[in-house]
Design a binder for this molecule. Structure first.
Ligand SMILES: *Cc1c(COP(=O)(O)O)cnc(C)c1O
Length: 496
């Protein structure tokens, strides 16, 4: 078919002009950025600069000369160099060994190059024709993740038999969206009429006491009502207690309520504890209840032969969420929603966008029918490039190293007078406190951040405020932890 121009030519004074000629010299500018980043990573790793420093917003906007750059359109060469330096000076430095605050990977530089390739190619790969390489890599990485769980996908979409119940999945922009997608699949599987007719009014979802806030949000967004997100019985440490689940389910049923899904943590966000998946799964099977395992953080342990026992029974779940941008060194964001039977995800969104979803003969696979998103980044590339640079064995050693460091730090804390450990860490998350009430813990954190040697978080756990360390940086040493504890003692002595 002949292309027929329908646009007003006068809008395009230079129709033949190559768009690249209007843009800055790419290789020179890229070199400026890469050199600045290499220096940044080095100085952060050397502890030469604060791990965190938070100038006020107006100052940042002014110092980065945002208004001026937009007016001038001058972000190239020297101007770009200055901008990048100013930008980096107002960043939180994950490469600093004092970064112990949040569950975000210190990104592998090769994975970061994956983000660059994705940005430069902009292949919005939710449909195969908009990015065969990106789609194929996502397909491959999803299968890799399915295998780590103990499931099998298909090696080629041409073998994809809509009637067969092999596993499947999709990468989404974050674990929160992945959790929503998993519960949507659960809703479609257990309450198929919901999509067209709305809430029958008796559905509940049971989640662990320590569940991530995105679970409750997902329940509310899905139209079930936040009040119908109920808490599972827990032991004193906050782990789901399967022994009391049957009673809870029976109670709910006697009130005419239906348990649409049960969520288990692998692991929980606050203290990093894994729920007993095998026992929970057995109860879900018995009552025909969808089991969703939120392994957004702790799924990383699946890559290690030494740690995967923590997730024993995960293969019995109906859906799993697993973030690669947490324990797996992958630049944000890259989250997987994985289902034991692909049909539940493929049928989760019944609505059709005919211009995208029409039946077509094609050599690849369209992920679009499995996700909330329409335009979607090539998230698989950053995950693939990270693992392909480290090797699977290297990745396993990385995850084991983080967990090992957390356990060694726990031993240190146990030995120090005036400190209390919340619980022996199962993964790379550790909670502790120094003598004093909840306000003292928060004040300690505030002053630590102001000093800038360490960046830690805090959490509520078992009704108390705890200081919380998340070991994400392989460069964080036990000496760093000793120095952190010393600094906390110093701050504490200044409070009384
Ligand atoms: C981090 C986390 C989430 C949220 O994932 P995002 O990628 O931050 O949206 C959900 N559940 C658990 C258990 C988590 O640790």
């Amino acid at each position: 078919m002949q292309y027929s121009p329908v646009l007003d030519r006068s809008l395009f004074p230079n129709p033949g002009r190559d768009i690249s000629s209007q843009q800055a010299p790419f290789t020179e500018d890229a070199a400026i950025v890469v050199h600045a980043l290499a220096d940044y990573i080095r100085e952060s790793g050397n502890r030469d600069v604060p791990v965190i420093h938070q100038p006020v917003l107006e100052t940042v906007i002014e110092q980065l000369e945002l208004r001026q750059h937009i007016a001038r359109g001058d972000l190239t060469g020297e101007s770009l160099r200055h901008f990048v330096q100013d930008y980096l000076s107002a960043t939180t430095r994950l490469h600093h060994p004092g970064f112990l605050a949040h569950q975000v990977a210190v990104p592998h530089t090769t994975g970061a190059l994956g983000s660059l390739i994705d940005g430069a190619t902009n292949n919005a790969m939710a449909i195969y024709e908009m990015g065969p390489a990106a789609s194929s890599i996502e397909y491959f990485m999803i299968n890799w993740m399915l295998e780590k769980i103990g499931w099998t996908g298909t090696t080629s979409n041409r073998q994809l038999d809509p009637q067969s119940g092999h596993a499947g999945g999709v990468l989404t922009h974050g674990g929160s969206l992945a959790n929503l997608t998993a519960l949507l699949a659960a809703r479609g599987a257990r309450v198929p009429a919901f999509w067209k007719s709305g809430n029958p009014g008796n559905q509940v979802v049971l989640v662990p006491e320590q569940s991530h806030y995105s679970m409750k949000r997902a329940v509310a967004i899905l139209g079930l009502g936040e009040d119908n997100c109920l808490t599972l019985p827990a032991d004193a440490d906050g782990r789901v207690q399967p022994a009391h689940m049957t009673e809870q389910i029976a109670d709910l049923q006697s009130q005419g309520r239906q348990v649409m899904a049960i969520v288990a943590n692998a692991c929980g966000t606050a203290a990093g504890l894994y729920d007993p998946l095998t026992e929970i799964a057995a109860i879900c099977r018995e009552h025909h209840i969808w089991l969703h395992v939120d392994a957004a953080h702790g799924g990383g342990a699946l890559v290690s032969d030494k740690l995967r026992h923590l997730l024993h029974g995960i293969e019995l779940a109906d859906s799993v969420v697993w973030d690669a941008h947490k324990m797996m060194c992958t630049p944000t964001v890259c989250a997987a929603v994985l289902v034991r039977d692909h049909r539940h995800l493929d049928h989760a969104f019944e609505q059709e966008a005919s211009y995208l979803l029409h039946a077509k003969d094609q050599p690849g696979f369209d992920f679009i029918s499995r996700t909330v998103e329409c335009t979607k980044a090539g998230l698989g590339l950053r995950l693939f490039m990270t693992i392909a640079a480290m090797g699977e064995a290297g990745l396993a050693r990385h995850v084991e190293g983080l967990v090992q460091r957390a356990r060694e730090a726990a031993d240190l804390i146990r030995e120090r007078i005036g400190f209390e450990l919340a619980i022996q860490p199962e993964t790379n998350i550790l909670c502790f406190r120094i003598s004093g009430d909840d306000h003292i813990q928060l004040e300690i954190r505030r002053q630590l951040l102001e000093l800038g040697d360490f960046y830690i978080s805090s959490t509520l756990y078992r009704g108390q405020r705890w200081l919380r360390l998340v070991f994400m940086n392989p460069a964080t040493s036990l000496n760093d932890i000793q120095a952190l504890l010393d600094e906390i003692v110093d701050i504490r002595s200044g409070i009384d």
